[in-house]
Design a binder for this molecule. Structure first.
Ligand code: AHR
Length: 503
């Protein structure tokens, strides 16, 4: 059997894990909100029309922040349409997804939903069709205590206490041609800077995420970050990164190696931030908000999204972007979270795109059930166990060759020293053929043994969960690890995701 070695030491600390890296994203898109989190009349709906079965599954992910309401949707959104008596709210054409937005769920309702889910709302503002004035107004509406036009409007709409929204996104993917009123880096940077300044004048305690380029492979990437940050560096706190992966050509070896691309992306954006810092002689260090990430290609690749959008233009609750995730997608999502943990010093926020139905770990059927997709499991375990201090895993692993990324390490790992002194270790064996004997050298921790080992395993890389078979891909109890000569030996079967709790 092939061998790998992992050394952990409490002094090899990357940094404290910001729990917000386990954030998520809920856009007014497809059936994420309508027919997903909100379905009045559903047997499990609460008094506000929120599905309790969905809330239960969301709680199982322990999501600290939820980015809302978009996404592409936000670039044409008027926040004022989403507050006040629901029956008076306008119906609008949403040009992002070519559907009709009823505004039945708005800022107050989603704020309440977040409280029920145990999350904070991360609110995106429209910097496509709108600008600094609307940005200033919505901060006043949400966060000012009262005695001004917009804060009094909030109070009249039923929320006496300020919402205290801490995290705000300055628009979405503003270099994308698909965006309403997309911009050049200079145009966006200026607009973001003025909006940021005024928003912080209203509430200096807020934190702001500026839009990085829409993707690592956009022609605008790099220069966009440089020029945009040149305009707004001092008034923002985070730069956004978005990345989706897919396996349309069936090259699973490359697909599972995608974290090489992810890691390079993170390092490049961090370097650009630091270059601008240097140029500006600034004392401020920007951090990264990876506020859209996931596997996303199934529904696009099949042509279903296009078909639905053409057929039901200006409809409502269109089941678009409903990717059904496979077992191999769950392995990659596990590796992506490992990458965030290994970069915990720089990545402070990350939002899985998205939360329900649209490219999501949770699927629902109208009037029917709600179930966890394959990807739900590594996300849930990493979120619930991976909090504390991220430790640098010193790893020696056999490698495999793949078309897209050359040599890729078979073992992918991250480790977290938790506040109770236990260590959570997340390990993926992404080899398609080889089982691996992993030697765990936990030299500075004394005698640690495995308290818990859960393994996600399936012989079929394309296995999925369905409403009828929701537990087809679900973690099982693993065999743990065997102590020998002061080290632990863990057997990692090929293509498995594993979590060890050591204590
Ligand atoms: O998550 C789906 C879409 O992908 C988002 O609306 C957009 O920001 C990205 O392009």
């Amino acid at each position: 059997m092939l061998k790998a070695k992992l050394v952990l030491d409490r002094d090899f600390a990357v940094g404290r894990v910001d729990p917000r890296i386990y954030g998520s994203f809920a856009e007014h898109l497809g059936r994420c909100i309508y027919g997903g989190v909100y379905e009045p009349g559903h047997p499990t709906a609460d008094e506000q029309g929120f599905r309790r079965d969905v809330l239960e599954l969301v709680r199982g992910l322990d999501v600290p922040v939820v980015r809302y309401p978009g996404g592409n949707f936000v670039s044409g959104f008027n926040w004022e349409d989403s507050v006040g008596p629901a029956e008076l709210r306008p119906r609008r054409l949403d040009l992002a997804w070519k559907v009709t937005e009823p505004n039945a769920v708005g800022m107050h309702e989603f704020y309440d939903w977040c409280k029920k889910a145990g999350s904070e709302m991360m609110y995106s503002i429209n910097l496509g069709t709108r600008g600094a004035e609307a940005a200033r107004d919505v901060v006043e509406y949400a966060n000012h205590k009262g005695g001004s036009k917009f804060s009094d409007m909030r109070i009249a709409n039923g929320k006496k206490e300020p919402m205290g929204i801490r995290l705000w996104c300055l628009g979405n993917e503003m270099d994308g041609r698909w965006q309403m009123e997309s911009k050049t880096a200079y145009e966006y940077g200026r607009r973001a800077n003025e909006a940021a300044k005024m928003m912080k004048w209203v509430d200096p305690s807020i934190e702001l995420v500026t839009c990085g380029s829409s993707a690592f492979d956009m022609p605008t990437f790099g220069d966009w970050e440089l020029q945009m940050l040149d305009e707004c560096y001092e008034n923002v706190d985070y730069v956004s990164l978005h990345r989706y992966y897919g396996n349309p050509d069936g090259d699973t070896a490359s697909f599972l190696g995608s974290t090489a691309d992810l890691d390079a992306f993170i390092r490049t954006v961090a370097s650009i931030c630091d270059a601008v810092k240097g140029k500006k002689h600034s004392r401020k260090r920007l951090h990264l908000s990876f506020d859209e990430w996931n596997v996303s290609y199934h529904s696009d690749h099949s042509g279903r999204n296009r078909e639905l959008r053409e057929k039901y233009r200006w409809g409502e609750e269109l089941p678009i972007l409903e990717d059904v995730y496979t077992f191999e997608d769950a392995l990659l999502d596990g590796c992506i979270l490992n990458t965030f943990l290994r970069n915990a010093d720089r990545v402070r926020i990350a939002c899985l795109a998205q939360l329900v139905n649209a490219i999501a770990p949770i699927l629902t059927r109208k009037n029917g059930g709600a179930w966890a997709q394959t990807i739900y499991w590594p996300i849930s375990y990493t979120s619930r166990y991976g909090r504390g201090v991220s430790l640098k895993p010193v790893l020696t692993s056999p490698e495999y060759e793949c078309k897209r990324f050359g040599s890729v390490s078979m073992v992918d790992a991250s480790a977290v020293l938790r506040d109770d002194g236990t260590v959570a270790l997340f390990v993926v064996n992404r080899s398609l053929e080889e089982d691996i004997d992993l030697e765990l050298d936990l030299r500075a921790f004394g005698d640690l043994s495995v308290r818990e080992h859960v393994m996600l395993r399936n012989d079929d890389l394309k296995a999925v969960n369905t409403e009828e078979e929701p537990d087809n891909v679900k973690p099982v109890k693993g065999p743990g690890a065997v102590p020998e000569d002061g080290v632990l030996h863990a057997k990692l079967p090929r293509t498995t995701w594993n979590m060890y709790l050591l204590g």
